[in-house]
Design a protein around this ligand. Structure first.
Ligand SMILES: Cc1cc2nc3c(=O)[nH]c(=O)nc-3n(C[C@H](O)[C@H](O)[C@H](O)COP(=O)(O)O)c2cc1C
Length: 197
């Protein structure tokens, strides 16, 4: 089993990293020989879409004759997804939705004719479905009875990942982290977990 482990927090010690590591550890308990591919978008952010990349994506004609080299980076990221049997993602909520580093990854991975087909009825995924576990950390509360803000993160990710064929999503939350972040013991526990993987 190959696990693609993606983290998005800019913080080296973080709740969403703690969650994603805990999920990976559970998978390793089930499948100890699993290989892990790391994509740390928080520590190594991707560049935003370049002029060449945007020009290539601007029409079906330019997609058929891409600017030389403009898709190389995106291809590498798509190959990571294709090679994965399971994807584990840890992400913070930033201003009610995904952080910009995850949006930059999405902008490279979604491409007409490569990861989805554009049809009159909408996008149809071209990738094989596989389980995607998404650990989300938020300073406030966005789900359940005590929610005090809208959630543009989980519906957005569901539509975006679903549009390329990834429909088996499992969301796990740690909310109200603003009340935990004075507690160094919580973050230290995550640090110990991460060191052991
Ligand atoms: C730029 C920025 C925007 C944020 N926006 C929100 C938000 O809209 N809602 C919320 O509940 N928390 C928000 N937070 C708080 C983070 O979600 C919270 O600190 C979370 O624990 C971050 O994840 P991490 O611990 O994995 O870094 C924001 C934090 C930052 C840095």
């Amino acid at each position: 089993m190959n696990v693609l482990h993606i983290d998005c927090s800019p913080r080296p010690e973080s709740h969403s990293r703690y969650l994603s590591v805990a999920i990976v550890q559970k998978l390793l308990e089930v499948s100890p020989a699993a290989s892990i591919t790391r994509r740390d978008l928080g520590a190594d952010p991707l560049p935003h879409a370049t002029a060449d990349y945007a020009t290539t994506l601007s029409s079906l004609a330019t997609l058929a004759a891409p600017v030389k080299g403009s898709l190389d980076h995106a291809e590498a990221l798509i190959h990571e997804v294709e090679a994965a049997d399971v994807i584990v993602m840890g992400t913070p909520m930033h201003n009610l939705t995904v952080p910009s580093v995850l949006k930059a990854w999405i902008d490279q991975v979604l491409r007409a004719g490569r990861t989805f087909k554009s049809t009159p009825a909408g996008k149809v995924g071209m990738l094989r479905d596989r389980p995607v576990f998404i650990g989300i950390a938020s300073g406030g509360v966005f789900s359940g009875e005590r929610a005090n803000q809208p959630d543009f993160l989980t519906p957005y990710l569901s539509v975006v990942l679903g549009s390329i064929g990834l429909k088996t999503l499992q969301f796990l939350f740690v909310q109200a982290t603003a009340f935990l972040d004075g507690d160094q013991a919580t973050l230290a526990r995550g640090k110990r977990l991460r060191r052991s993987t």
